[in-house]
Design a protein around this ligand. Structure first.
Ligand SMILES: *Cc1c(COP(=O)(O)O)cnc(C)c1O
Length: 484
């Protein structure tokens, strides 16, 4: 602009650029399969390609969008590639992306019911739907003493659960007078690192977190849990919290919930259940047995942003007793006082989470549920499990590879017979091809490759090609090592 004035984007220009961005995303969806899955950028490479200083004058939108291709894409690992089998999936889907866009367009702040009633009420409603869709008990629904809320992540969910448990155990004295140093929490060595982080953040102290021994399948041994609780009580400590996992990150192990829940009930401990990825499987009735016992938990969380076609971030967090959670997290400054809140007739979700502000995340989840329908979601999740099982079957019948852990759903942990170093090299070579992306774990002291089927667009052909590539790469590597 000659006079140096920078104008806001007009609605008409927004329409034009918006169409361009949607076109860009559409083309990305069409080509993502052919892109190298894992970014090959070196540390600092992306940054060194960016200008040292911000632009003094505004730039044309077309230049900005072109720079996404030129400067950003080299540093993207393609989580939305159907050849992505690493970690756990981070699903996106058409309806979810569009719901996310609408949420940005509305730009509402849903901290209080009064700051956008639809943001709160849609969330409550969709979480009640989700409880029914995944076979959760009525006590987690808003009609009773409990209820659901969308958190940014499973990590925030376990932190909120731990804080509420801490206050229940201390009669809200920790909130009032500071940290009580005798509280003890329990989880399994295979639990997600977010449990340990929550224990640090909540001031419980890492030394007050017991890692209860697990069996060879990665499941917590409940009889050891019971013993540890007894010993801690005898030593004058206060056991207060257990976090159990449905589908561990490392190997998809399932803790024995009915036994753990029984122990927690008898001893008055808060039971939090983390079903981050595998919780989505419960949308299919045939997989619900894997979450038996969840009906006895105090809190439960799973991530539609992993395996239910909903963009990050979206974690569904349920509590059986919302009053404890709200009393734990509620602080009411004068400037937030309003009639609706005081009437007690509404939910203010700011009291269900650590931050005050919150995005309209329910919109994308609502879009996803309505686009696919419950049957549509079941279809895709079933298909992923079938493909995971097919892959596990190939591993089992192979002369060179074996399963290193049970594969109850869509995650397969496997290894070549030639040993840890061979497997480590194999993983590196596979990822270097750009044709697949897998990650690893250590199970019972052994290096294992992890193959997780759950990307929105993964089909049989991708799984088949990946298995062919794995066998072929291992074959080359074996011949090469013999020649040496
Ligand atoms: C992925 C994962 C988490 C962490 O999820 P975030 O939503 O990224 O915090 C927690 N628990 C388990 C079992 C997971 O697999």
């Amino acid at each position: 602009m000659p006079d140096g004035k920078i104008f806001h984007m007009t609605p008409e220009e927004f329409r034009k650029r918006g169409h361009e961005v949607v076109d860009w995303i559409t083309e990305y969806q069409k080509r993502v399969e052919s892109l190298p899955v894992l970014s090959t950028a070196k540390p600092g490479q992306i940054r060194s390609s960016l200008p040292a200083n911000p632009p003094v004058q505004g730039e044309p939108f077309s230049t900005i969008l072109a720079d996404v291709e030129r400067l950003i894409m080299p540093g993207i690992t393609h989580w939305q590639s159907p050849n992505f089998f690493a970690y756990f999936p981070a699903n996106a889907s058409g309806p979810s992306i569009l719901g996310e866009l609408l949420s940005a367009g509305l730009g509402v702040q849903g901290m209080l019911w009064a700051t956008s009633p639809a943001c709160t009420e849609l969330e409550t409603h969709v979480l009640d739907w989700m409880a029914d869709m995944t076979g959760l008990p009525a006590r987690f629904k808003s009609g009773g003493a409990g209820g659901g809320v969308i958190q940014d992540s499973a990590s925030s969910a376990v932190l909120c659960a731990l804080l509420a448990a801490r206050e229940r155990a201390t009669g809200f004295q920790t909130n009032e007078a500071g940290c009580n140093r005798t509280l003890v929490a329990y989880t399994s060595p295979h639990a997600h690192s977010s449990v340990e982080k929550a224990v640090k953040v909540a001031g419980i102290g890492r030394q007050q977190l017991r890692f209860v021994e697990a069996d060879r399948t990665g499941a917590m041994r409940s009889e050891i849990l019971a013993q540890l609780i007894q010993v801690d009580r005898r030593d004058g400590l206060e056991p207060f919290f257990v976090s159990a996992t449905l589908g561990t990150t490392s190997s998809n192990g399932f803790d024995p919930l009915p036994q753990i829940a029984q122990i927690c009930r008898e001893d008055g401990l808060w039971l939090h259940v983390d079903g981050a990825m595998s919780g989505s499987a419960a949308v299919c009735p045939e997989f619900r047995h894997l979450q038996d016992g969840v009906e006895l938990a105090d809190s439960y969380a799973f991530n539609p942003h992993k395996w239910m076609f909903t963009n990050f971030d979206c974690d569904c967090f349920y509590v059986a007793d919302r009053a404890t959670l709200i009393k734990t997290l509620s602080v009411l400054p004068e400037y937030l006082r309003n009639q609706a809140s005081e009437s007690g007739a509404v939910i203010d979700y700011r009291d269900w989470q650590v931050p005050l502000g919150r995005r309209f995340r329910a919109l994308k989840l609502w879009f996803v549920i309505r686009h696919y329908g419950v049957e549509g979601l079941r279809h895709h999740i079933r298909r992923h499990v079938e493909l995971g099982q097919q892959f596990a079957g190939w591993v089992k019948s192979s002369a060179d590879f074996e399963l290193v852990a049970p594969a109850p759903l869509n995650l397969v942990c496997f290894a070549h017979h030639a040993g840890d170093e061979f497997n480590r090299q194999l993983l590196g070579s596979l990822n270097q091809t750009g044709k697949v992306y897998l990650t690893h774990t250590i199970l019972n002291g052994r290096f294992a490759l992890r193959f997780c089927v759950g990307q929105t667009n993964t089909e049989e052909i991708h799984v088949r090609n990946a298995w062919d590539l794995i066998q072929e790469t291992a074959g080359h590597q074996l011949r090469h090592s013999r020649e040496k």
